[in-house]
Design a protein around this ligand. Structure first.
Ligand SMILES: [Zn+2]
Length: 327
């Protein structure tokens, strides 16, 4: 049966290898001659930096504002980061729904820079959060958190969106720096091709994983689930970075049991305490995924690696495993 074949253990390295081959295959056209000094470009978070780097290529590295180890939902700006903003010609960020703490500083400090809110990029597919029945016991604390209302800001986790973002970034950079417009457009074209191939390859690759129910630590993977048709059944934190209250924990445990959820994906940006507690109580498998690409070196292909690493982790966690025999 086809399904059995698909559930056979995957060679986990194959997607990794594929991307490596892809990265080397597409550089055949070679870089376009760069002109003059490129502008000072700042990117808010690592995935944005990765997409901007794909467009800038040899023209330079965008400066990363928020370290990849921090959750973009909660961080505060240091004096050195404030100076980075003051010096910038252009700042790319997702928008106030994600990097909440940047809204004020961008207005004050990046006054001379062009500030580009990627959530407003053309041809982007945007998801809205369902109004959530948040834990009332946490309500007072929620005031300063990120309440995940309105548009879901984790747009980069959709490769289709990443392609639209690359186009928009290239348009912005070409306008600011027309001397290098050809190079930006050429790099963007290559990046769109690579992301497209990765998405198509991944689509085939994940066929057997689509039906396996899983949970995520915070509600940041809607775009990924939509793009590849994954069966995400819920999330642990109703407010990013804040552990859920007793009522929500009880609901999650019920959900794990009733839907036979086998996997919980958690993130290095948040403590794993609640994930570990759920594992102890239900036996659910844990696997870390990193939507921010913390440990990845910056290159034109960093974005591909972010997606590829998430898929590889999911593959391990969503593998069907023998049921523990009942009592
Ligand atoms: Zn998030």
């Amino acid at each position: 049966m086809r399904a059995c074949h698909l559930f056979a253990p995957f060679p986990i390295k194959s997607l990794v290898l594929f991307v490596a081959i892809l990265a080397s295959a597409l550089v055949t056209l070679g870089p376009i001659q760069a002109h003059a000094a490129s502008p000072k470009v700042v990117a808010s978070i690592k995935p944005v930096q990765a997409l901007v780097k794909a467009v800038m290529g040899e023209l330079g590295d965008p400066v990363l504002l928020i370290p990849a180890t921090a959750s973009p939902h909660q961080f505060s700006l240091k004096p050195s980061q404030a100076r980075t903003l003051e010096d910038a010609d252009v700042v790319f960020w997702i928008g106030p729904q994600l990097e909440i703490a940047l809204s004020g500083p961008l207005e004050k400090l990046a006054a001379s820079a062009q500030v580009v809110e990627l959530l407003k990029a053309p041809r982007l597919r945007r998801l809205n959060y369902e109004p959530e029945d948040a834990d009332h016991e946490n309500e007072a604390e929620n005031e300063h958190g990120h309440d995940h209302n309105g548009v879901d800001p984790h747009i980069w986790l959709s490769p289709s969106n990443a392609r639209a973002l690359v186009s928009h970034i290239a348009d912005v950079l070409s306008e600011i720096d027309p001397a290098n417009a050809d190079a930006y457009e050429h790099n963007a074209d290559q990046a769109r091709q690579k992301i497209g191939i990765l998405a198509r390859k991944t689509m085939q690759y994940v066929a057997a994983m689509r039906y396996v129910p899983y949970l995520v630590q915070h509600d940041g993977y809607g775009y990924l689930a939509l793009e590849f048709g994954f069966n995400e059944v819920g999330h642990i934190q109703t407010t990013p970075g804040r552990e859920p209250g007793a009522k929500h924990v009880a609901e999650i445990i019920d959900l794990i049991k009733s839907k036979e959820v086998k996997c919980l994906l958690h993130e290095p940006q948040f403590p794993p305490k609640m994930a570990q507690r759920l594992q102890a109580e239900t036996g659910i498998a844990l696997r870390e995924v990193d939507p921010m690409g913390i440990n990845l070196p910056l290159s034109e292909d960093t974005y591909l690696r972010i997606i590829q690493d998430i898929i590889s982790s999911m593959e391990v966690c969503l593998q069907p495993r023998p049921q523990p025999s009942a009592e």
